[in-house]
Design a binder for this molecule. Sequence first.
Ligand code: C2E
Ligand code: MG
Ligand code: MG
Length: 629
Amino acid sequence: MAHVQAELASASAPEAHARGDCSSGQLLLQYEAILENASIGIAFTRDQRFEHVNPRFEEMVGWPHGALTGQHGSVVWRSQEEYGAIGRRVGPLLARGQSADFEHEIARRDGGTFIARIRAKAVDPRQPVHGGTIWIVEDITEHRRTVEALRRAHDELEKRVRERTEALARANSRLRDEIAVRETAERRIRHLAHHDVLTGLPNRRLLHKRLDLALTAARGGRCCVAVIFIDLDRFKTINDSLGHTVGDALLKAVATRLTEVLRPGDTVSRVGGDEFVLILGSTSGPDDAAAVSQRLLEHLSRPYEIGGYSLRVTPSLGISVFPGDGEDPPTLLSRADAAMYHAKAEGRQCFRFFTEEVQRASTLRLQLENELHGAIARGELLLHYQPRFDLVDGTLSAVEALVRWQHPRRGMVSPAEFIPLAEETGLIQPIGDWVLREACRQQRRWRDLGFGPWPMAVNLSARQFGSRDLTESIRAIVAEAGIEPDALEIEITESALMHDTGQTLETLRSLAALGIRISIDDFGTGYSSLAYLKRFPVHLLKIDRSFVRDIPSDADDATIVRAIAGLARSLGLRVVAEGVENREQERFLQGIGCDEGQGFLFAPPMPASVFERRFACQASPRQTVPVAD
Ligand code: C2E
Ligand code: MG
Ligand code: MG
């Protein structure tokens, strides 16, 4: 500690003492008293040794009274190295006459330590070691502990605040995420409530709102609003034959094309399976609506390339115009709908405006629908029978039962008119049952009369075919009539066959297992492949009369009919041509190996009594002149 220790100036008091100065003696006593009673530790060192320490210092370092005197300065430090390091730090300051202020741990005699705040100052800076150094030492352990505890408490608090802040931030961000998710969900729900899921177009609800707005705007601006109701022709066939995935893709493609024709301010919405409604917001009137409809017809009728198929689907359009055709959304929509029905009735792929005539037709339709409900009970339904002939030997090969509605005022109503109505209303079920029962009863009667043995063909609609207990109900009807199951042939259309193939296959199998023959009606109008038909227990194909009509002159139709006949033969199915009306057709069909023919050339559908008279003796039926109904 030699280089460090500014030695305690033993100078002042002893010098004064030496001077024998009375006031010095006084002063000395005073100094002694101060030292003895000071509450801080004070030590004088010289030449690195303690020369004098006050009681408080002794108390702090735990040395007995007077024991430190003469001890080396390092005894109150924890190690020689530490003593040296302190000396190197403090020495230069003392030599410059400055005080050294620092805090450090001081060693107690018992091995313990305490933290001290230390101030050292040389009595004579010129000779800091020899001249002596005064050390003022304050035990700040408690203070330090308090500060440390405070710091720890502060740190702990900060840590907690930080953790809490982070937790809050996390909770906040979670909350924000939740809010975002909920907002998205709400937006989606709002969107779903107003839009069609498949196409994303506005739905009926939003359509009504938009139409309301358009009408309000039109009233103010004195302009017109047109409502165009669009229905796709034969969409059901595509959907049933090619499946819902293709059907859905087609609907989406149609929706896209519709929006392409749209002008700003117009709305296009999907209101049903294949039904769309367009609102022309502000239009100059019917001419403008007609121009847009024409564009829609052309644009929508172009082929769609979907799932490897080139599909053609045409629309039928009905138009109503505000203010002439109605003042409110429900009226305008129902009138556009009625006009669309009219367009369908007039051959499809066209547009029609709502007119008095449309109104009459739609009222009639509604009436017809109401009247159809009681038709069976009132005994207004009856069956006509049309024979089929073997094209090779000319014999009568089967009879088809075709339902008629003898309407008290309107006369004979064609099934083409009321069967779709019956399908829509669900009446097809009782009507279908009645037809089956009546046809089987007639078959029984003919068997009893010795007619036949030709099978009786009965048409079944897709709706009937979807019913699970169909097989059981047919079995019961056949049993009730007392005929053999193979005396009955079921005709189902190609599109009905393609519909819901799982259930269809099951029904067909169970019917075939009963021994009932199955034929496919209107073949060629669907999209089924012949190879696909192999899966079904089918006995016979009836080529749709639209293909037969123009043979042999129409080369395309001739090719189709020839191909169907050839492929059906290779699958082991019999082929019947529907709608044979002339000898050329008959010859062509015979030439390509078509098995049977049905049509006005041979005989139209006729009442049972006429049929009996005409075919009682079935020697050469084809020579028989067709009898009018
Ligand atoms: P379909 O089963 O294809 O019946 C043949 C239709 O073609 C009959 O019309 C028949 O009168 C008509 N037809 C027969 N030969 C010729 C011909 O040489 N030329 C022309 N142009 N037509 C001919 P109909 O009786 O009006 O029946 C129409 C459709 O109504 C039937 O077509 C069938 O799909 C349906 N239908 C008839 N009766 C029933 C029934 O009892 N139940 C069900 N579900 N549908 C029925
Ligand atoms: Mg038929
Ligand atoms: Mg047919």
